[in-house]
Ligand binder design. Sequence first.
Ligand code: PEP
Ligand code: MG
Length: 601
Amino acid sequence: MEPNNLTENQGSPCEPQTLFGIGASPGIVVARILVLKKHTHRVVWKRVEPDQVDEEIHRFLAAAGQAESELRELRRTFAGDLADALSIIDSHILILKDQMILERTVDIIREKKINVEWALDQALGKIKKRFDAIADPYIRQRYVDVKNVIDRVFGLLSGREDDALTNINEKVIVVGHDFSPEDTLRMQTENVLGFITEEGGMTSHTAIVARSLNIPAVVGLGDVTRDCVSGDTIILDGFFGRVYVNPTPDQLCQYREYDRQHKNFSEELALYIHLASETPDGHRVRLAGNIEMKNEVQSVLRYGAEGVGLFRTEFDYFNGDGIPDEDMLTETYSTLLSTLAPMPATIRTLDVGGDKFSRHLPNSGIRPGVERNPALGLRSIRYSLREPALFRTQLRALLRASVCGRLRILLPMISSLSELQHVKGILLQVKAELTRKQIPFDTNVELGIMIEVPSAVIMADSLAEAVDFFSIGTNDLIQYSLAIDRGNQYVAHMYEPFHPAVLRMIKQTVDAGHGRGIEVSLCGEMAGEVVSAAVLFGLGVDELSMRPSAIPHVRRILRRSNYRQLVELSHAVLSCSDGGEVRNFLTRYLPSTYPEEFGCR
Ligand code: PEP
Ligand code: MG
């Protein structure tokens, strides 16, 4: 990265300009900007003498090794509750070990007797072709991860360090084309007040890491590095995805006021960490946290969650150097359960496949040309049933850990009663095996299923007879009921949580569960969105499970609601005929009912 001198534009008479992007991490900042332009690597071709081939290979392996140690070091430095950012770094470490890159580059150097830069560029070109051929746009875009990692190796080979990133010694908003997660973490974040990038969307790496670090960000801003220069003052509005370049005094004044209101509001929200999750007329809803790694349990406790409503266990199979064994899993689950006890921990069995894949697991996830429709293919519980040894190991670990706290086992993507009975049969066998070996476990451990495909909603009354609880996975339920691929940018605008079909399915599931006396939770992203909270409360869910930092705000909405009104609200939205109609209704309803939450702008 090359910085534009920060003082370059001081005092220049610049026109105010408003740019519209995507608000990727909430918050408002007013500050000067530092534009970081990306290095481009010029790859030259050089012949290597036969007796220097080994040395050239050594140069490559040393650079790849150094890149890996730097990533591991970065990971260590940021251990804590940056789970999303850290899992991206883990995937980058795996890329550095990938044989497609390592072996191919070494083979090219050996066979063609050429320099490592050229060989690496050739290997990268081959990988790009394979990614280009992948039909799924989300997976295709993941080439950017490979490119980020290889760029780092190129930088090390050329002996150049990214000083601009590590030497940010003034408080600035950083502007660039896009930043890799490592770039973002490497910046001295106490001086980085915000991020702006030309590329990216809500799920781009800059967005994920910015949210993890609680730094406001706007992404997808086109040619911003061309339109702005270092030293420009801007207002970054990470709530609404707006950037005001060289703002007018009126705009500055107005935004300073929004910022003040927001800060006061955030301070007030902290009070809700310790309050009960109930309406003044006594309707209770449990607010729980979603986590991907056991060390996130600290943030679950910090934000006042009443348990873990979803532990996505698959991340333990993605990180590290191999498949975790039974003892490792037992240790992880036991720690989580004992830290949370007496609060419940809902631990979901492996949900791999689709776009979640691990090089350690056999037959998991996208294998170009093998699965045409991975989202409809070998994923979630289907994968576990196909790999019974792996599944039994996880069930054994869960049961062994169950003595440490209050465990609820959750099965993902169940689509029929016979599939559920099949799993229950395996669970019974595993329990019998533990009993035979006199290994203690909680014989009353609760078993629940995710409701995330339409067939499960329609059959919810029968399924409810066979389990202790439901957890509605709206991320997938929306995808499967509206036929919208979660990761496909071309149809992303049609992904509508407020589609009345989705709302009616939630209601149908709640009614079926309550009709059979079981609890119904909801753990998709929707649970942590303040705009959906009141609707979901009104639909009657017993628990909402969300990213822990959203809990105080959702709890505030619950405590400012009246249950009768929430139910009326749910009737109103259920009678709408389109998602747009629901949104229009909420645009009027929410600001008048919750003026402090929604009345601001
Ligand atoms: C869901 O589908 O809503 C869910 C919580 O599961 P995941 O996002 O892990 O697929
Ligand atoms: Mg899901």
